[in-house]
Design a protein around this ligand. Structure first.
Ligand SMILES: Nc1ncnc2c1ncn2[C@@H]1O[C@H](COP(=O)(O)OP(=O)(O)O)[C@@H](O)[C@H]1O
Ligand SMILES: O=P(O)(O)OC[C@H]1O[C@](O)(COP(=O)(O)O)[C@@H](O)[C@@H]1O
Ligand SMILES: [Mg+2]
Length: 474
């Protein structure tokens, strides 16, 4: 139910909203369409973690399971007014409405017999630091349940129908050290998704579980696979782990690989800073990933503390004129002698010629805003007769071809393990993420309704502006 469909004069609107919310966020389960009986889980760490009662005696049962009725709050701020920073209100009075989502983790009862399970893992889309950590954790956790037949599908969805891409048998032994390197042990790819062919292939391979690692596009594909499996009444669990270096999936605190990418961007920003600072009237320009969301650029600018101008797709800017970026650069050169600009690849596309080309997955191929800015800055300073020395750095692929840093490695561990718990719990068509620091399962359609964007009214963007000191460029 859309907010616009609610009648706030009806005293029952809150109840209606909540009922609709609960329905939207209920997790699709195998038993919705087929007869499946639960059985006691085989996942237990009891022998390693005997728990002591308050009175010192050992407890009989292990208390490490998540109850199906456990919930986490999706939104935790009570906004006093719709004009509060980052306000996300349902009604004009910003009433407090609890929005509960399902907690992730191992259940006491499972819907598969581990010894007969064949599980597949596939990594789709572009690379992202941490893919190997997630693959590894999925394998380790499956084995902990007692699964013996685990395979990797090579090069994304292509691996399902390109004959020369054979299944890769996976085990604790095979994946032991894969997290030490970046990339994907299984390979990735864009494009080539015929849902019906993929489900034919799932049936032919006799897969019972499929773990799909990818971004918005991959999630849309995985949900379509889940729907097709439902239609064919297959006992197959499709569970996603969100992979997007751009951090552009809805509702989640952060996706894995994002922190690592921000950290990797520091080297480029610092190099640009040193070049700009050392040159006479130096202007450093760094372009970072982010087709439509500026999270990497905003966070990298914030964490470096060296950026004077941060440009992201969500916040339009003018280049020319008294309030434009170029005039501000003049001011920076006049006042401090050098300047540093950090721009997201999707920013300012309106200034560039559109090619209308798309990649194999249907994503728009963007024109290079970095090259455009470099030219504009050079010509501008030439025009006004002021010397400038522009150094442009494009570290794009260096941000994502690295191994995950420590905090991402932990996030990958949590997500990979929870994905397996979700499949054994009988859910399908779900994804797993972190909401307000709590680990949850969400139905796929809810996280891909739109791309997640930087909110120009958020505290984080305002912090970025405070830190760079840049004015509004319009
Ligand atoms: N709307 C969609 N429905 C089904 N499959 C899709 C859809 N969008 C993308 N895909 C498939 O998902 C895979 C990854 O998509 P892509 O956009 O490249 O990366 P990401 O998942 O990171 O967004 C590709 O194989 C692509 O064909
Ligand atoms: O050149 P490729 O492989 O298509 O990937 C580049 C693109 O992938 C992205 O990182 C988005 O992909 P993800 O969000 O799936 O990680 C863009 O920011 C970038 O333009
Ligand atoms: Mg995408």
């Amino acid at each position: 139910m859309d907010r616009s469909q609610l009648d706030f004069s009806n005293p029952n609107w809150k109840k209606q909203f909540q009922e609709d919310f609960d329905k939207r966020f209920s997790l699709p389960h195998l038993r919705d369409v087929i007869d499946v009986e639960p059985r006691p889980t085989t996942f237990s760490l009891k022998s390693r973690t005997p728990l002591e009662n308050v009175n010192g005696s050992m407890q009989e049962s292990w208390n490490g399971y998540v109850n199906d009725d456990d919930r986490a709050l999706l939104k935790v701020i009570k906004f006093a007014s719709p004009t509060s920073a980052g306000a996300d209100c349902i009604d004009p009075d910003c009433s407090w409405v609890e929005q509960w989502v399902h907690r992730a983790g191992p259940r006491k009862q499972i819907y598969f017999e581990p010894q007969y399970v064949k599980a597949g893992i596939v990594t789709c889309g572009g690379l992202c630091p941490g893919l190997n950590d997630v693959i590894r954790q999925i394998v380790l956790t499956l084995e902990k349940y007692g699964v013996k037949n685990i395979v990797g599908i090579q090069h994304g969805f292509r691996g399902f129908f390109e004959d020369h891409l054979s299944e890769v048998p996976l085990s604790r032994h095979v994946v032991q050290n894969i997290n030490l390197a970046g990339g994907s042990f299984l390979g990735v790819s864009r494009g080539g998704a015929s849902i019906s062919d993929i489900v034919d292939s799932i049936q032919a391979r006799r897969l019972d579980m499929l773990f799909v690692l990818g971004g918005n596009g991959t999630h849309a594909g995985a949900n379509a696979i889940h729907e097709e499996c439902r239609k064919r009444k297959l006992q197959v669990s499709i569970v996603c782990v969100p992979k997007t270096i751009d951090n552009d999936i809805l509702l989640m605190d952060k996706t894995f690989g994002f922190d690592t990418a921000v950290e990797a961007a520091q080297r480029a920003i610092n190099s640009a800073y040193i070049e700009a600072h050392s040159a006479f009237h130096g202007i450093g320009l760094v372009k970072l990933m982010g087709r439509s969301s500026g999270f990497i650029t905003m966070h990298a600018s914030l964490s470096s503390g060296q950026v004077d101008i941060c440009l992201i797709p969500e916040v339009p800017f003018t280049l020319d004129g008294p309030n434009g970026v170029l005039r501000h650069l003049e001011h920076l050169i006049e006042t401090k002698g050098f300047a540093l600009v950090c721009v997201a690849e999707g920013a300012g596309q309106e200034y560039l010629q559109k090619s209308n080309a798309t990649d194999a997955s249907g994503n728009m191929v963007l024109s290079d805003i970095g090259v455009h800015l470099q030219q504009k800055i050079k010509f501008h300073f030439k025009d006004i007769g002021v010397h400038s020395d522009v150094k442009y750095i494009d570290p794009t692929y260096m941000l994502r071809a690295v191994r995950a840093n420590a905090s991402d490695a932990i996030l990958c561990t949590v997500l990979g393990q929870n994905a397996v718990h979700g499949a054994f719990a009988g859910f399908s068509g779900i994804t797993t993420g972190v909401c307000n620091t709590h680990n949850v399962y969400l139905p796929i359609p809810e996280v891909i309704k739109t791309t997640r964007f930087v909110d120009p009214n958020s505290r984080m963007w305002h912090r970025c502006l405070t830190s760079t000191g840049q004015p509004d460029f319009h």
